[in-house]
Design a protein around this ligand. Structure first.
Ligand SMILES: N[C@@H](Cc1ccc(O)cc1)C(=O)O
Length: 238
């Protein structure tokens, strides 16, 4: 895994910066026979990582078992994040016939499943990622320009630590002991609970129930940045 790190970062960088169309970005259908070596895809990077973690034949390389390993969820969250960044860089690109795709078994409300069109923007599901939240007030075109600079910083040859791009990132997610009292406004993951000091475990319980509600209820008026430090650690895998 470690020996592939630099290569993976370069591949992610090239993919984000050079891949302009949803069709080629998204899938690795052309890597079969004859193999096409001149293009990469998020699916291909995703699949390789499955095989790098624990090596080929490890449980992350087996669809039947992969999701039992917690790193599966970090990995997939990062794939989702990279897709969201790519979308912001290419705001007009998305899958075709999206309206008709029904994403069973996920209900958006009783009697109606989510569709690909509903799921186009993560904010419809009540979350986003720090790199995007940072430029959320900008128009799509301006956001894309600013984000490109950040992608260069994160994945280009002069890659800088995430903390240099979002300086207070790690300050805002303090380690908390479940029995200590914390100021909820200091926890970036729980922006709604800006009330008085609340025990940490209560804050966590509220956050979990809020997340659960989000699965079935309409999008909240204020969206959340739900990533934690550990997720950022997982991002460095790429
Ligand atoms: N089968 C994929 C890797 C993979 C493994 C497990 C999964 O759950 C998904 C994908 C490949 O070889 O590229």
């Amino acid at each position: 895994m470690a020996s592939n790190r630099a290569d993976l970062r370069t591949r992610v960088y090239n993919l984000l910066v050079n891949s302009k169309g949803y069709w080629s970005f998204s899938h690795d259908g052309w890597s079969g026979n004859p193999p096409v070596t001149t293009r990469d895809s998020i699916e291909s990077i995703h699949g390789n990582l499955h095989n790098f973690i624990g090596r080929q034949g490890g449980h992350m390389s087996s669809p039947d078992f992969a999701a039992f390993d917690p790193i599966f969820w970090f990995h997939h969250c990062n794939v989702d994040r990279l897709f969201a960044i790519w979308q912001a860089l290419n705001p007009k690109e998305y899958m075709q016939a999206a309206e008709s795709d029904t994403l069973r078994p996920f209900w958006i409300k009783p009697g109606k499943h989510w569709t690909s069109a509903d799921a186009r923007d993560t904010r419809a599901m009540g979350y986003t990622y720090p790199e995007l939240a940072k430029w959320s007030e900008l128009k799509p075109q301006d956001k894309s320009v600013r984000l490109r600079i950040d992608v260069n910083l994160m994945y280009g040859s002069q890659a800088a630590p995430f903390a240099a791009i979002i300086p207070d990132l790690f300050k805002r997610t303090p380690e908390v002991n479940a029995n200590t009292t914390v100021d909820p406004t200091k926890l970036s993951i729980i922006k709604e609970h800006k009330t008085s000091a609340t025990p940490a475990k209560e804050v966590a319980a509220k956050a979990m129930s809020a997340q659960a509600q989000r699965v079935v209820s309409p999008p909240p008026s204020r969206w959340l940045v739900i990533l934690t430090q550990r997720l950022f650690a997982a991002h460095w895998i790429f």
